[in-house]
Design a protein around this ligand. Structure first.
Ligand SMILES: *Cc1c(COP(=O)(O)O)cnc(C)c1O
Length: 379
C-alpha cells in the first residue's frame, strides 16, 4: 500500500523543485549538530561566501532565510516597507502579482505597472510611473516562472529607480544559478532566490542579498520590521563572525544547500549558464517539431522555464497526468490567463541535461500521436 519514491524517482521537469545531485542527498544525511556549533557556523560562512559568488555581489548582508522562496519575498518586503510607504509593483505574471499583494499586506500604497503575461517591462514605462508618483520600493521579477519570460535591461531599470530615490527589489528565484544574475553590476538593492530551482538544492532555505542603500533604508525605519522571524539585521547577526541566537537553522537543509552551491561553483557559473542555454535550445527545437511553438519570442525567452503553446485540440491535463504516471516525468500546466494555453517545462540545475530533454520529447511524441486521433477532452 505504500508508495516509495526511491523505487520510482520522478524526473522533475516542472517549475521546481528540480532534481538534486546524489551528493546533495548524501550531505543531507549527515548527523545533526547544533545551530551554534562552531562547525555549523563554518558551514554558514561557506554558504554565505558561495552565495556572494553566485549573486556576483560583495554585499556583506548575504544569507539564506529559513523557508522557501516565498519566505525570502516576505523578508525583502517586510524589512523595507512601513505602513503608508509607496511601492511600484511591476506585474507581468503571477509572481509580480504576489509581490503586489504582499506589499499591500505590509500596509504599502501599491501602484501597479502591468504588462501582458509573457511580456516584459519597458524601462521608459517605469521611469514614467515613478515621475508621476514617487515610490520607496520598486518590485520586479527577473525570471517570471508563470510565463517563461526573462526581464532584460535590469541595470537600466535600477538606474531609473535610483534616479527617483527608489529601491529595486529583484526576484531571481528561477534565474539564480541558471542564467547570468549580476547584483553588483546591475546595482540591484535587494535580490532573493530559492534553493530548489536553478541551484538544485533542497527546498527550505532561500538566498537573499541586501545592498548598502537598502540597509540604510532599513536602519532609517521608524519602527522595527513587523516580522521578527525575517528581521534581516538580526539574521545578519546570526550569520556574522560573532553570531548570536535568532532561531534554529534548518541544519540538514543547510548541509544540502552547501553541497548544491559547491557543485555549482565546481562547474563554474559561465559553464553552468551555457549548459542551461544549450539544453533549452534542444528542447525548443524538439517542441517546435512537435507543433508546440513557444509563447515567448527568443531574445527574452528563459532557458530555465519554457512555455510551449498548446493548440487546444487535446486534453492537456490528461497528457500531463499520463506523463507522470506512465513515464514518471513531471511538467506543469499554465495558470491565470495562461491556464490550458501553455505547459511549463523547467530545465533547472540538475534537471537541465540532454538526456532528460530527449526523454521528455520522446514521451511527448508518442503521446501526442495517440491523442491526435482521439477527440479533445477525452482524456
Ligand atoms: C517559485 C517562485 C517563487 C516562490 O518560491 P517558493 O519556493 O515556491 O516559495 C517566487 N518567485 C518566483 C519567480 C518563483 O518561480
Amino acid at each position: 500500500m505504500t508508495t516509495d519514491r526511491n523505487l520510482s524517482p520522478r524526473l522533475l521537469l516542472g517549475p521546481g523543485p528540480s532534481l538534486v545531485h546524489p551528493r546533495v542527498l548524501r550531505a543531507m544525511a549527515t548527523p545533526l549538530i547544533g545551530h551554534l556549533d562552531p562547525d555549523f557556523l563554518k558551514i554558514l560562512a561557506e554558504i554565505r561566501s558561495m552565495l556572494q559568488t553566485v549573486f556576483q555581489t560583495e554585499n556583506e548582508l548575504t544569507l539564506a532565510v529559513s523557508g522557501t522562496g516565498t519566505a525570502a519575498m516576505e523578508a525583502a518586503l517586510s524589512n523595507l516597507l512601513e505602513p503608508g510607504d509607496s511601492m511600484l509593483a511591476c506585474i507581468q505574471g503571477y509572481f509580480g502579482e504576489r509581490l503586489a499583494e504582499m506589499g499591500r499586506r505590509y500596509g504599502a500604497q501599491v501602484e501597479r505597472l502591468e504588462a501582458d503575461w509573457g511580456e516584459v517591462q519597458d524601462p521608459a514605462a517605469i521611469e514614467a510611473a515613478l515621475s508621476r508618483r514617487p515610490a520607496k520600493v520598486v518590485t520586479l521579477v527577473h525570471a517570471e516562472t508563470s510565463t517563461g519570460a526573462c526581464q532584460p535591461d535590469v541595470a537600466a531599470i535600477a538606474a531609473v529607480c535610483h534616479g527617483h530615490d527608489a529601491l529595486l527589489v529583484l526576484d531571481v528565484v528561477t534565474s539564480l544559478g541558471g542564467l547570468p544574475v549580476d547584483i553588483d553590476g546591475w546595482q540591484v538593492d535587494v535580490a532573493y532566490s530559492a534553493a530548489q530551482k536553478s541551484l538544485s538544492g533542497p527546498p527550505g532555505l532561500s538566498p537573499i542579498t541586501v545592498g548598502p542603500r537598502a540597509r540604510q533604508a532599513i536602519a532609517r525605519r521608524s519602527s522595527s520590521p513587523p516580522v521578527f522571524y525575517f528581521d534581516l539585521e538580526l539574521l545578519g547577526q546570526y550569520w556574522s563572525d560573532r553570531p548570536s541566537y535568532h532561531h534554529t537553522a534548518p541544519i540538514s537543509t543547510a548541509y544540502g544547500l552547501r553541497e548544491a552551491l559547491r557543485l555549482a561553483l565546481e562547474e563554474g557559473l559561465a559553464a553552468r549558464w551555457a549548459r542551461h542555454t544549450a539544453n533549452a535550445r534542444r528542447l525548443w527545437v524538439g517542441l517546435e517539431s512537435l507543433d508546440l511553438p513557444l509563447l515567448v519570442p527568443e531574445p527574452r525567452r528563459l532557458p530555465t522555464l519554457s512555455t510551449p503553446r498548446l493548440p487546444g485540440t487535446f486534453d492537456e491535463a490528461g497528457v500531463r497526468q499520463r506523463l507522470l504516471l506512465e513515464y514518471n516525468v513531471e511538467i506543469a500546466g499554465g495558470f491565470g490567463p495562461l491556464a490550458g494555453k501553455v505547459w511549463r517545462i523547467g530545465l533547472m540545475g540538475e534537471s537541465s541535461r540532454p538526456e532528460h530533454v530527449r526523454t521528455l520529447l520522446a514521451a511527448l511524441e508518442v503521446m501526442l500521436r495517440s491523442v491526435k486521433s482521439a477527440p479533445a477532452g477525452g482524456g
